[in-house]
Design a binder for this molecule. Structure first.
Ligand SMILES: Cc1cc2nc3c(=O)[nH]c(=O)nc-3n(C[C@H](O)[C@H](O)[C@H](O)COP(=O)(O)O)c2cc1C
Ligand SMILES: O=C(O)C(=O)c1ccccc1
Length: 372
C-alpha cells in the first residue's frame, strides 16, 4: 500500500537540480541552471546560507503552526512566492500556465515575467481566482510600457515588481557559447507579440517578417539608463503597490523608501547577472534593519530548502521568492511537479519551525540563528 505513496518528484530539495538536469534539453539546461561568468555569485549565494546556523529551542513548540501572512495586501498561506521566471516553456511545454495553476492550487502568489512564453491574458485565465503579481522589464518604448501595465491591471495582477538588475543581460558563457539568443527570443515574446503597441511599431505582420519583431524587442529590452527619477512615471500608470527587485545594499533600500516605493526584493537575480557580486543573504540583515517596517522587504537568490526559508525570514525578510527550485519541478512533472516542490519546501519549513520551538514565521528573529 505504501508504493502509491512514493513521491513522483524527489523530496531531496538540494538534489532537485541534478534530477531536473537529466530531463532538460541542452539549450534549456545551459540557460536555466548556470549563472553569470565564473559562477562566483551563485556560489556566494549558497555560502551566505552556510554562515548561519539554526538555534533550536526546546519545550516551547506549538502543536499547530500558523504560517500565514499578508504582504502588501496579498494574503499568503506562507511567506513564500513564485519568483518571476521568463521563458518557462523551455522547462516544460505548459510553461507559465502550469506554474500559475500550481500556485492557485496551493494558494501561493504567482509572479508573471514580462519575458514569459504565455501572455498576461492566458496566464490570468489559467490562474483563475489565484493571486498574481506582475514583473516589469521596463521597455524603453513608452507606449509598450504603458500598454503592459494596463494589460496587467486588466488581467488581475495586483502588485507591480520592477526588476532593476537586468538593464542588459549578464555575461553568461554557457548561453553565449551556444548562440542562445534565437531560442530566447523565439520563445520569450508572448506578451510582446500580443501587444497592440508593440505590433503597431511593425510595418508587416509578424509571420511575414519575424526578424523585424525580434529587432524591435532587442531595441526596447536593454534599459541601462533607468534612473530613480524615472519612478514617478510608474505611479502615474500603476495604482497598486510597487516593489523594486534587485536591491543589494542599504543605500538603495533607503532610496526606495524615499522614492515612495512599497517594497523591495533583496536579490542578485540568482547570480545570473553580475559575476563576483555579494551573496544575496549577506546583504539582507543590514537592509532589513535599515528599512524593515517602513516598506516590505522580500528576498530571493539561493533559497533551496525549508531551512533556508527559516534563515532568510529570521534575518528580516517579510517573504521569500523561489526561483530555480519550482522551475526544476516544472521540468520534472509540469504543474504537479511545481506543486510537489513547493509543498516539500513548505513542509520542511513547517517541520523546521516545529522542531526549533516556533509557532509562526513572525516569531523568527536574529536570536533564532547564530553565526556558524
Ligand atoms: C531561467 C530563469 C529566468 C529568469 N527570468 C526572470 C525574469 O524574467 N524576470 C525576473 O525579474 N527575474 C528572472 N529570474 C530571476 C528570478 O526571479 C530570481 O531572482 C532568481 O531565480 C532567484 O534565485 P534562485 O534561482 O537561486 O532561487 C530568472 C531566473 C531564472 C533561473
Ligand atoms: O534570464 C534571465 O535571468 C532573465 O531575467 C530574462 C531576461 C530576458 C528574457 C528572459 C529572461
Amino acid at each position: 500500500m505504501f508504493a502509491n505513496m512514493l513521491p513522483e518528484v524527489t523530496t531531496d530539495l538540494a538534489g532537485l537540480e541534478e534530477k531536473a538536469a537529466a530531463t532538460l534539453s541542452p539549450d534549456a539546461l545551459g540557460y536555466i541552471v548556470p549563472s553569470a561568468g565564473s559562477g562566483a555569485t551563485a556560489r556566494a549565494n549558497r555560502a551566505a546560507f552556510d554562515k548561519w546556523q539554526i538555534v533550536p529551542r526546546m519545550l516551547r513548540g506549538s502543536a499547530e503552526r500558523d504560517l500565514s501572512c499578508t504582504v502588501l495586501g496579498t494574503d499568503m498561506p506562507a511567506p513564500v512566492l513564485i519568483a518571476p521566471v521568463g521563458v518557462q516553456q523551455l522547462a516544460h511545454p505548459d510553461g507559465e500556465l502550469a506554474t500559475a495553476r500550481a500556485a492557485t492550487a496551493l494558494g501561493l502568489t504567482y509572479t508573471h515575467s514580462t519575458a514569459a512564453t504565455h501572455s498576461f491574458e492566458q496566464v490570468a485565465e489559467a490562474s483563475g481566482t489565484g493571486s498574481r503579481w506582475y514583473q516589469l522589464y521596463w521597455p524603453t518604448d513608452r507606449d509598450v510600457c504603458i500598454s503592459f501595465l494596463k494589460r496587467a491591471k486588466d488581467s488581475g495582477f495586483t502588485t507591480l515588481v520592477v526588476t532593476l538588475d537586468t538593464g542588459v543581460l549578464g555575461w553568461r558563457p554557457k548561453d553565449l557559447d551556444r548562440g542562445y539568443l534565437p531560442f530566447l527570443v523565439n520563445t520569450g515574446l508572448a506578451n510582446y507579440l500580443t501587444d497592440p503597441a508593440f505590433l503597431a511599431g511593425l510595418s508587416k505582420p509578424v509571420e511575414q517578417d519575424p526578424a523585424a519583431a525580434t529587432a524591435r524587442w532587442i531595441g526596447m529590452f536593454p534599459h541601462v539608463g533607468l534612473a530613480w527619477s524615472d519612478l514617478p512615471f510608474l505611479r502615474e500608470h500603476w495604482d497598486g503597490p510597487i516593489v523594486l527587485k534587485g536591491i543589494c545594499c542599504v543605500e538603495d533600500a533607503r532610496l526606495a523608501v524615499d522614492a515612495g516605493m512599497d517594497g523591495i526584493i533583496v536579490s542578485n537575480h540568482g547570480g545570473r547577472q553580475i559575476d563576483g557580486a555579494r551573496g544575496s543573504l549577506d546583504a539582507l540583515p543590514a537592509i532589513a534593519t535599515a528599512v524593515g517596517g517602513q516598506i516590505a522587504v522580500l528576498f530571493d537568490s539561493g533559497v533551496r530548502t525549508g531551512a533556508d526559508l527559516f534563515k532568510a525570514l529570521a534575518l528580516g525578510a517579510d517573504a521569500v521568492l523561489i526561483g530555480r527550485p519550482f522551475l526544476y519541478g516544472l521540468a520534472l512533472a509540469g504543474q504537479s511537479g511545481v506543486e510537489q516542490v513547493m509543498r516539500s519546501l513548505l513542509a520542511e519549513f513547517d517541520i523546521t519551525l516545529a522542531l526549533s520551538g516556533y509557532g509562526s514565521p513572525a516569531e523568527l528573529g536574529p536570536s533564532s540563528l547564530l553565526p556558524a
